[in-house]
Structure formats: C-alpha cells, structure tokens
Design a protein around this ligand. Sequence first.
Ligand SMILES: *Cc1c(COP(=O)(O)O)cnc(C)c1O
Length: 367
Amino acid sequence: MLNRITETLLMGPGPSTVTKSVLEALAQPTIGHLDPRFIDIMDNVKSMLRTVFETSNALTMPLSGTGSAGMEATFANLVEPGDRVLVLVNGVFGKRMQDVATRLGGEVTTVEFEWGTPVRPEQVQAALADQSFDVIAVVHAETSTGVGNPIDEIATLVQRTDALFVVDTVTSLGGIPVTVDAWKADAVYSGTQKCLSCPPGLAPFTLSDRARARLDRRTRPVPNWYLDLSLLTSYWEGAKRSYHHTAPINMIYALDRALENVLEEGLAAAHTRHREAHEQLAAGLPEIGLSLFVEPAFRLPMLNAVTVPDGVDEATVRKRLLEEFDIEIGAGLGPLAGKIWRIGLMGESARPHHVERLLDAMKTILQ
Ligand SMILES: *Cc1c(COP(=O)(O)O)cnc(C)c1O
C-alpha cells in the first residue's frame, strides 16, 4: 500500500507538510531508550522546548501521543474528582477540554462563545466574579474556526485568581508567540504536526513549579498510568533515568530536528513567515471571489477559515484539490460544516510558493 503514497502539499488543519530534514531524522537508526546518546537527545529536546515555549519550567518535555495526549495528561494530573474547572469554549478543542475534564470527575463550568468569534474577556471576568475555580482552561488558537483567543487579557484575569491556568497551544506553537512564563500559565501542551512540521505523535508539554507542587499534594493517584507525570519524570529527569514506557525514539529524533529547524530560523522569523503567508493568502482570496470568515482582529495566520460561496459544493472542491493538484485543505466542523474551508499555513506549508500554488489551483477549480 505504501507505494501509493505520493507527496501532498498539506494545507489543512494538520498534519502540515513535514520538513525533509525531519523525515531524514526519523530514518536514523533506532537506539535504546536508556542509551546515553539518547539521553543527550532528550535533554536537548527539553532545552529547546523551553526556548520555544518561552519558559524556564523544569518540567518541560514531550509526551508520547498526539496533542490530545497533552490535553489528557494536563487534566488527568491536575483535576481530581470534584475540582472546579472553568473551560472557555469557542470551538471543537474547547469542547474536547470540557469532555476530558468531565470524564475525570471535574465539576466543569463552561463559558461559551459563538464559533468563529473569540473568547470575550468581559464575560470571563463576569464568570470569575461569580465563583472560584481550581483550574481555568482555554485554547490559544482554535483550529476548528481559525480564531485566536485574546490570551494576554485572559491571562491577566486568571492571574487575579488562585486557579491553575491551562492553555492549549497545539496549533499556535511555532506559528505565533507562545509565552508561557509571561502568561503565568501552569500547564501548556502542544502537538508536533502543526507549526513544527513534524509528523504527529508527540505532545510537547510544560508544567509550572506551582502546578507541580499541586500535583505532589494530590490525595489520589493520577487515574491515568501512562500519562502520570510523577512517573514520567523518573525517566525524563535526574541523573538516574528509569524505565517507564519505551520512548518513541525515532519520533523524538524527528522533534529534535524540527525544533532545531525552528531555532535556526529564529522564533520571531518563523512567526513573521506565518503572518506573511497569511497576508498573501488574505490578499489573494478576493481575486478569486473568496473571503475570510473571521473578523480581521482575531484571525490566526496558520489557520484560515474561508467562507464557501453560495452554490459551491465545498467537498467537491476539496476532492479536486487533492486528486488533481495534490493539495489537501480541511472542511468545517460542527456548526461550520459545509460553510467554511480550513486552509492551514502551518510550518513548512507557510511559504509563498505554496500559497501561490493553492490560490492558482482554487482559481482553476472555481472558474
Ligand atoms: C489538533 C489540535 C488538538 C488535538 O491534537 P491531536 O494531535 O489531533 O491529538 C488539540 N487542540 C488544538 C487546538 C488542535 O489544533
């Protein structure tokens, strides 16, 4: 079956096109998960993750599993039955946080916003005036709608409370600034297959010292053995590394290379490249009769929700893009299904020639 795989330009909501050097890193010989050479790679990955997360958190490492494993780990470690959790919801991933926290026995409250619009800080402030929370969670970049939430303002509000602050940065990391320490965020997770241009399979993760102290005070064991941070750190930290589960060695090679690529380019330069690719797309869409769905102030550079014009069958356009042009874009989800396309400009996909290729292909199809 593998002989049917051809290179596709990935311009959907993830995975993004993987950098060649990252694919080469994946193909390096597998070594043991306790081999000192591998431990050096782990340490290098932890250190680079601190740089991209803009944090000095000691507990910073990739978790085995995709971005959702980062979400699961966050709530499984920080929420005990009966804990009060506030989730700000304006799309699929906020909903997923609500689901995860509820399954763990959290007493979950949501403040919900129309999909395609941002979290409104004044409504968050009102919710915080009514009640206190143990954990407050928000998605930085809502990939289901292309909305960037006003994270600095939300962080300021959360800082006035005692709650732990959880931020999902799966889509934002590497594409727009993620400033964990400046937000005073306590648990932040991401994914490899969006703006880092690595295959899916790891969840970069960081936990504040304050959250770690809360974890140490838990009265019950973390209900998820695989993602129990108190066990995982025995493998990822300290002089003596002991086996917990076999690390996905080659995926960690890939992340090591992907992070080196980001740091070689420079975080600020990577953010600029994403913004410029977005501006190029935003300028080109009206020329082919298309427009962006989200208000300009809240548009994400790496995830562009494009309104499907009346009379156009959105699925046919996606099918033709894939079959005739080897380009993948995404469909709308939930209430936005059939109404938008989701065009990802993530990592390697955020390059001028790729944007041009997509615009040309869409023009041909829509004519
Ligand atoms: C993709 C995504 C996730 C889930 O990540 P998976 O790698 O699909 O498990 C979570 N949150 C956001 C904002 C995402 O974009």
